[in-house]
Design a protein around this ligand. Sequence first.
Ligand SMILES: NC(=O)c1ccc[n+]([C@@H]2O[C@H](COP(=O)([O-])OP(=O)(O)OC[C@H]3O[C@@H](n4cnc5c(N)ncnc54)[C@H](OP(=O)(O)O)[C@@H]3O)[C@@H](O)[C@H]2O)c1
Length: 338
Amino acid sequence: MRKVVYPKVGGVDSIQIVEEDDPVPEQDEICVRIHRAGINFADLMMRQGLYGSNPEYPFTPGYEAAGEVISVGEAVNGISKGQRVLAMTGFGGYSEMVCLDANRVIPLPDSVSFDQAAALPVTYGTAYHMLVYLGNLSQEDTVLIHHAAGGVGTAVAQICQAYGVSKVIGTASAPKREFVESLGMYFVDSKSEDFVSVCKSLTDEKGVHHAIDPVGGKHLMRSYKALRRGGKLYCFGASSAVKGEKRSMATAMAMWASTPKFDPLKMMRSNKAVFGVHMGLLDDASIFKGHLEALSDMLLKGQIDPIIDSVWRFEQVSDAQRHMHDRKNRGKILLDFS
Ligand SMILES: NC(=O)c1ccc[n+]([C@@H]2O[C@H](COP(=O)([O-])OP(=O)(O)OC[C@H]3O[C@@H](n4cnc5c(N)ncnc54)[C@H](OP(=O)(O)O)[C@@H]3O)[C@@H](O)[C@H]2O)c1
């Protein structure tokens, strides 16, 4: 079988495809033949050595994948060969086959495609965790989301629609205006407009209830300023540490050095909250499982439906990641291993 490997820190051209023996499941494992794997922004950061919680190089990235079961360990019950499943790989999803613990595999209903399944967990799971689990989202709330046209951004837009939230403000680069507006969001050009004043002007100068910030660095303080009293800021990414395809340590250091130190006393006086969110480092796996159950229900009811930007053959993984670096994606990028 073949799989994608990051041999060491590098640009998109450093990515390799290697061949190795087909994996055999341990007693409590399931082996899945992958059809689709999701690409996440985190995969780009891992490749550049900017992530902090990935395995040692060389390793195979890929948090999420969908495919069919090809073999089952002797101690596994309830899942059989040929079944279509979502595989929460953790790492290793960019692969033709993967063996993983049986409790990381979720059977798929016939009506859910491999594309939908591979596009859902990380983006929607993260959006749901912030807005619903931590944020107690309600219909009257106003939401600010950055990278609004991306994977998490489009998930936030759909979850807000499902919860009846009518005022969602989305920042993105200029060519994405129409797309962002088509998802029911109020568009703000991330380069040329001041999102803080837009948020204030759209909320009677009060500010938004939820500000969802994957940019990091000094951008976080601007998102904090866009909040109303009692509002919540979610710090869940650091895209401003990434300059392009190749790592720039100067850019990464600038992001880190400009990250604000929030003052708890000032936060107390304004009743504002700041959440740090890293879905890959949740201690209690049942939390994420609960989110996936709720999201599956929403998917089956037609309340959400992942927007797929593009599907690339896995041999084109460098081009697929370059597509994200070039800010061309609208929704989720997938790799095809079928
Ligand atoms: N903490 C967690 O558990 C968690 C989980 C999932 C995602 N995240 C974070 O959420 C963010 C979105 O993730 P995603 O996977 O859905 O990706 P995504 O939003 O689809 O990422 C690509 C988009 O990000 C924007 N962008 C901003 N800075 C960029 C840069 N330096 N290089 C390239 N693109 C940049 C671009 O949109 P514009 O054209 O609009 O600028 C681009 O199209 C990322 O920061 C990611 O790390 C965190």
